[in-house]
Design a protein around this ligand. Structure first.
Ligand code: IVH
Length: 708
């Protein structure tokens, strides 16, 4: 049927067409944003939107409540809005063996100064294999649901969460502000039914229940989420206007009373023995549960103790996840490829005959390094009783949770006669530079530095990754494409920020005319890049991809130096091993000599430094303010503890002082503001008196920080 001109449409035609356009545009949005698989060209998409707008202009009364014209550049077109978590969403430390559980109990006791005989209760509950969600209720009403994201900022998925039956919209008798946290998951039965429907529709089946749950919750169209059978278990909380209870167990019971679904297998245990008994029980019943779990989580039951224990940079001290052993399968090793990482590390990757391991098809696995392939560890001791791994071998693959699959063992009885020992390359497969292994390093590294294309590409991928610059529309795939592009190349991070200007200066070969690009995607890409010219200091430091400087370390450095100018000046002035800048850097809790040397070196290599300088010229770098309450009476003060502390251990005293913004030093100097002296304080107290430093006892300290 020929398309009528807008002027010729009757009212009935217009209504019908607006309805069709709304669903077509929604479908196109969905394919583009969530499935990462656009179904129509950008030009066709734009034409649909224009037609919709023209019809609405002629028949304003017919404009639909779900009109696509209301969604220009909004949540729908851009993906989800961001939601900042008032209280960060953290992850859990993992334990694998029974000893790790005893260690956990030990560490908690030591931190709290409890004797081995003192009572210390824990809860044990299944670790649900889904995705975490934070639900915010104000005045008893659900006002926001957000995914974890990077822990600080997640995606606002409120409308989707409202479609989940286990999530109450209204709770009665709850604290004024209540943030409930838990896991969204899908049962095995619902997963199987969903995949059957997908197949019937000719759509791709989903890999496993966890992916299905994550994909279903993150649909831009809440109607799709509604059609997916999701469930929710509550197991934690974030911001609260008043406490839920005095114990973990009590808090979970309270959440249950408020109408949340909580896991019925949760139990109280009086120590590692009891925890392990629950672990074994839950593991034995795992197959019959009807949903996936990947371990058992142990938490200190007393919430006052949880508060004292507090957090490390990304995990609480009061909890641990005891993971189930990994899933195993045997398959053939077809080839060993070498990948070059951003720091030049040569990583062997096993290419496997595809095999299903715990419900997921695996065709690649890591082989760690050359020693691992040869059957020895870093100290030259045999592993797998010295059995080496050869191309053609039958190997045992395992995967635990989300991590990259690994090769555990090899079956010598099935080794083909022609299989030969693997020879690890001594030159970079990408740039041909020599690849060397430094004394004590398990890894062989390409010495090509910035001239090695593989390193450069990996650095760029790291630069745009989620915890770094997170540029929408510029992922690993696009980086590879731009890196090889003869007209608009991106060879180093600074090039990203000159892309739009270079494109504008190049009228004949405009990006928007190329295959795979259109007006809309190019405009969006340039806007996303523009938005990231402003970047928080911690993200920038992480993005630089300095060896040993991961996300947590970047956060520590950013908090310590505060501004780019201070960080850059310190790294420039510092020399590894000595001097005031070196001392200052090492004084940061969590920064050791290896990390410090690596950070300083990055600023002293001329080519690397020049590349950093070129990048920074394009950016506005937001300073990072020290964490913790600024109001604290000890914020910014330098404190020294000496003598015996009776109400808390040294580790706890230090962690709490730091959480309140104080700096804890090991010795008294003119810079010391407060000396907290317990019984038996010796020379430090004398020195403090000489220097006129304020000396207080432990009780006065506790009164000062307001935690009697
Ligand atoms: S407690 C402060 N309890 O596991 C940490 N987490 O690997 C609060 N998870 O991010 C989390 N089941 O998404 C907790 N019973 C459970 C859990 C659980 C699954 C997830 C959660 C967390 C991740 C850490």
């Amino acid at each position: 049927m020929p398309i009528k001109a807008v002027e010729d449409l009757t009212e009935a035609d217009a209504a019908a067409e607006l309805s069709r356009l709304a669903s077509e545009i929604t479908q196109a949005n969905r394919a583009y944003h969530t499935a990462d698989a656009p179904e129509i060209s950008d030009a066709d998409y734009d034409a649909l939107k224009r037609r919709n707008a023209a019809i609405e202009a002629r028949f304003p009364a017919l404009k639909r409540s779900d009109s696509p014209s209301e969604q220009v550049g909004s949540a729908l077109a851009e993906g989800f809005a961001k939601a900042r978590h008032d209280v960060r969403m953290l992850s859990l430390e993992n334990a694998f063996a029974a000893e790790d559980v005893a260690d956990f109990d030990d560490r908690v006791r030591k931190y709290l100064g409890l004797s081995p005989e003192a009572t210390l209760e824990f809860t044990a509950e299944p670790k649900i294999d889904g995705l975490s969600l934070s639900l915010r209720y104000v005045g008893g009403r659900l006002v926001q649901a957000a995914t974890r994201g990077d822990g600080e900022v997640g995606e606002n998925v409120t409308e989707n969460a409202r479609t989940i039956a286990d999530i109450p919209q209204v709770v009665q008798g709850a604290p004024e502000v209540l943030e409930v946290r838990g896991e969204v998951y899908m049962t095995h039965a619902d997963f199987a039914a969903l995949n059957a429907r997908q197949r019937e529709k000719g759509e791709k089946p989903l890999a496993n229940p966890r992916n299905a749950a994550a994909g279903s919750l993150r649909q831009l169209d809440a109607a799709i989420t509604r059609a997916r059978p999701l469930r929710f278990f509550a197991y934690a909380w974030g911001a609260l206007s008043e406490p839920l209870a005095e114990t973990q167990f009590g808090a979970i019971r309270r959440l249950q009373d408020l109408g949340f679904s909580t896991n019925p297998l949760t139990q109280i245990c009086d120590g590692p023995e009891a925890l392990l008994a629950v672990y074994r029980g839950i593991e034995a019943g795992r197959a019959g549960l009807g949903y996936d779990i990947d371990g058992v989580v142990y938490k200190v039951n007393d919430l006052a103790l949880q508060r004292r224990l507090g957090f490390r940079s990304t995990t609480p001290r009061w909890a641990v996840a005891h993971k189930f052993p990994a899933e195993l399968a045997w398959t053939r090793l077809e080839a060993i490829d070498i990948q070059v990482g951003r720091t030049g590390a040569l990583s062997p990757v096993a290419r496997l005959l595809p095999v299903t391991v715990g419900g997921v098809v695996v065709s690649n696995a890591t082989l760690h390094n050359e020693d691992y392939i040869a059957g020895r560890d870093a100290r030259g001791e045999p592993i797998r009783e010295g059995r080496d791994i050869r191309v053609g071998d039958w190997v045992q693959v395992y995967r635990a949770g989300d991590v990259i699959p690994k090769i555990a063992d090899v079956d010598l009885s099935r080794r083909p006669e022609e299989a030969v020992p693997y020879v690890f390359p001594e030159v970079c497969p990408d740039c041909g530079s020599e690849a060397i292994r430094e004394e004590g390093d398990a890894v062989r590294r390409c010495t090509g530095g910035l001239i090695c294309p593989a390193q450069a590409v990996e650095r760029l991928k790291h630069f745009v990754s989620r915890a770094a610059f997170d540029i929408e529309g510029l992922g690993a795939k696009q980086i590879e494409m731009f890196f090889a592009d003869p007209i608009l190349p991106i060879r180093e991070p600074a090039d990203i920020f000159t892309l739009a200007a270079r494109d504008a200066a190049n009228p004949l070969q405009k990006l928007r005319n190329r295959d795979g690009f259109g007006e809309k995607s190019v405009t969006n890409l340039f806007a996303a890049i523009e938005e990231r010219r402003q970047i928080p200091l911690n993200r920038l430091i992480f993005a630089l991809g300095i060896r040993h400087v991961g996300e947590a370390a970047a956060g520590l450095l950013a908090t310590h130096y505060g501004t780019w100018a201070a960080f850059e000046a310190a790294m420039t002035a510092a020399t590894p091993g000595a001097g005031p800048e070196w001392e200052d850097l090492l004084a940061v809790d969590g920064v050791g000599a290896v990390l410090a040397t690596s950070a300083i070196t990055a600023f002293h290599q001329p080519a690397e430094r020049a590349s950093i300088d070129r990048l920074v010229a394009h950016l506005t770098i937001a300073p990072v303010l020290p964490r913790g309450p600024v109001e604290s009476p000890v914020a910014g003060k330098t404190v020294v503890f000496t003598g015996t502390l009776e109400r808390m251990t040294r580790a706890e005293a230090k962690a709490r002082a730091e959480a309140l913004g104080a700096k804890v030093a090991g010795s008294v100097s003119a810079k010391t503001d407060i000396l907290v002296a317990g019984p038996g304080a010796g020379s430090k107290a004398t020195k403090a008196a000489e220097l006129g430093v304020e000396v207080i006892d432990e009780d006065a300290w506790i009164a000062l920080i307001g935690e009697a």
